[in-house]
Design a protein around this ligand. Structure first.
Ligand code: 3PY
Ligand code: MG
Length: 249
């Protein structure tokens, strides 16, 4: 079982890095710093499937879990990224219990789901077929993103569906859906976040949040508020802030 999944089951915090630049060196550098998980972003970055394999090879020695943020509620892409070696998926903009059911089935083999079997890379090209299939349905990780105020309003119904490990708030989309794009501390955004957090408590799903500014204090605030599955900034922001802090006088 992926460590992230175990940690969340035990109500511990799992911190993740976020990759928009799909280069194995970025993955090696970030994974080597001790993140529990890394998300490779196929929603908002130019990442193709062959890169998922390359990034997984780079992440693997660290023991860090590689997840892929999909481009939507997309069961076909989920199958491809798992076959390539990702340990789980982060599904953006989940709006309904039906969306959850489509994705939790797509990532699991029958009888619980409908993922197609293969002799793909994740199964060591068939050498690990039996063992992978035996453990996979329990081991696979699924985070659903709640990032629209209408989904926040249905959060308890959405998160009550089985097979989800975490509910991950995308603050930018959430704020945009409320007409206050980028105003992450706007009272309406905070109210929606509280609704999602309460739904997590009632359903036993680990709450998650993407803290985009690379500031430890903001991560600690979210941990103190009860969030457990926390995305920490972006590779692009780490670079940008590193450059700025050097060049600013
Ligand atoms: C958002 O803020 O909308 C996100 O998707 C962050 O990952
Ligand atoms: Mg988003």
């Amino acid at each position: 079982m992926a460590d992230t999944k175990k940690k969340l089951k035990n109500n511990r915090t799992a911190l993740g890095g976020w990759m928009l630049i799909p280069h194995p060196a970025i993955a090696e550098i970030m994974a080597g710093e001790g993140f529990d998980w890394i998300a490779l972003d196929m929603e908002h970055a130019a990442v193709d499937l062959s890169m998922v394999e390359q990034i997984e090879r780079a992440v693997r020695p660290s023991g860090c879990d590689l997840f892929v943020r999909l481009d939507g509620v997309n069961p076909i892409l989920a199958k491809h990224v798992l076959d390539a070696g990702a340990k789980g998926v982060i599904v953006p903009n989940v709006r309904s219990p039906e969306d959850v059911d489509i994705m939790t089935a797509a990532v699991r083999y029958p009888p619980q789901g409908n993922r197609g079997t293969s002799l793909a890379r994740a199964l060591d090209y068939g050498r690990n077929f039996d063992e992978y299939l035996r453990g996979h349905n329990d081991n696979v990780f699924v985070a659903v993103m709640i990032e629209h105020h209408l989904a926040a309003g249905r959060a308890e119904e959405i998160l009550a569906r089985p097979g989800i490990d975490a509910a991950f708030i995308g603050p930018y989309d959430l704020s945009a859906s409320l007409g206050v794009a980028g105003q992450l501390d706007h009272p309406d955004v905070l109210t929606s976040e509280r609704t999602i957090l309460d739904a997590c408590r009632r359903t036993g799903v680990a709450p998650g949040y993407h803290v985009v500014p690379p500031e430890r204090a903001r991560i600690d605030e979210r941990i103190a508020a009860g969030y457990r599955f926390i995305g920490c900034s972006l590779d692009t922001h780490f670079l940008m802030h590193g450059c700025r802090s050097l060049l600013q006088t």
